[in-house]
Design a protein around this ligand. Structure first.
Ligand code: SF4
Length: 357
């Protein structure tokens, strides 16, 4: 049986005998993107509800963080280095894209390594890298912090908004009004932290769990194993469906970097609020590279929260088409909320692939 035939076979089995709704959350924006791109919404039964979770790093970056980045961009001799996705995310009064158009030195980079190169190229300027992401990107950022220390680079700083998946998932699962039957866990987080990192979902909550890759066959396999368990047709299967990349205990080297550079503290998730121990922040040993410790932020505006349902989208309680702004006032060209900005944001994905209802 080739891959195409295998997918067709699994879809047939998934769609057979679905007698009640099965709600499956894919936590990660990359999964949502693949589901939309490969038309998975269209080929599975309407009784299988795929809802998105909080795994788009840009979407959960709070306004205060953007305000801080903008404030830094206004200082003398400052270069801000950022991933492109962050440019249009609104702070309280502006966004990085708008500040760049006003002449601020804000540069799009594709890897944290480029922030080291910038710092070396401009020794008389200060370079601040906007370190946003989850467990997936944090090890490389941590490595750059270590490199900056080792090479005694004194003009490079990191403004962190690095978040952890486990605490936010625990928060979602605490909500007894949330009916989730299964969760597709992000393969790339599991590459770093290991498949066991997500064991608590099924162990503590009786929710079917799979760790999945990002190809159509990976996602369909994930849906298949969850749905078949819900129907009682499969018991005790191996939850790690991404064995070609994910070990049970993860990547030891990457985990050591996380331990070396970061500590955990309460994190502010946009629209959602403070989640205990959900942020990775630079520890004392490396604090001279922590932009939050080095610079003063006394001039920040008072935060006004977004006037939209992004929070409910991020928690899998609503879908984008339920938002009154979707597709009219809020589009990727003129985003109202953060979920419309990033290529991994659920609203942006719905807009591009137009899933109705
Ligand atoms: Fe927020 Fe726009 Fe999505 Fe509505 S459509 S929830 S305003 S991002």
């Amino acid at each position: 049986m080739n891959e195409k035939q295998l997918i067709a076979r699994m879809v047939q089995e998934i769609n057979k005998d679905v007698e009640s709704d099965v709600v499956i959350m894919e936590i990660c924006g990359t999964h949502t993107q693949s589901i939309a791109k490969y038309g998975i919404w269209e080929i599975i039964s309407h009784r299988i509800k795929l809802v998105s979770g909080p795994g788009c790093p840009v979407c959960v970056t709070d306004k205060r963080y953007i305000d801080m980045a903008i404030s830094l961009s206004q200082k003398e001799d400052m270069i801000i280095a950022t991933f492109g996705d962050l440019m249009k995310v609104t702070g309280t009064e502006s966004c990085l894209s708008e500040e760049k158009s006003k002449g601020k030195d804000i540069r799009i980079v594709y890897s944290p390594i480029q922030s080291i190169e910038l710092a070396k190229e401009y020794p008389n300027k200060k370079v601040v890298f906007l370190a946003v992401g989850f467990e997936t990107t944090a090890p490389l950022i941590g490595k750059m912090v270590m490199k900056a220390k080792k090479e005694n680079i004194n003009n490079l700083f990191f403004l962190t908004s690095l978040k952890l998946m486990k605490p936010i998932l625990k928060e979602i699962l605490k909500d007894k009004n949330q009916c989730i039957d299964g969760i597709i866990c992000p393969g790339h987080v599991a590459v770093i932290k290991g498949a066991d990192y997500f064991s608590f979902i099924s162990d503590d909550n009786n929710i079917k769990t799979v760790v999945s890759g990002f190809e159509p066959i990976d996602i369909i396999s994930g849906i298949y194993f969850i749905v078949q368990q819900c129907k009682g047709k499969i018991h005790n299967h191996d939850k790690n469906l991404y064995k070609r990349c994910v070990k049970e205990k993860g990547n030891e080297t990457a985990c050591k970097i996380l331990e070396e550079v970061f500590v955990h503290e309460d994190g502010n998730w946009r629209g959602i609020g403070i989640i205990p121990d959900s942020a990775m922040v630079i520890n004392k040993k490396y604090e001279k590279f922590d932009a939050k410790k080095v610079f003063s932020f006394s001039d920040l505006p008072k935060v006004i929260e977004d006037n939209c349902i992004c929070k409910d989208i991020l928690l899998g309680k609503e879908i984008p088409t339920s938002c009154r702004f979707f597709g009219n006032k809020c589009t990727p060209q003129h985003p109202v909320g953060p979920c419309m900005v990033s290529s991994e944001g659920t609203c942006g994905i719905y807009y591009r692939y137009r899933k109705e209802g």
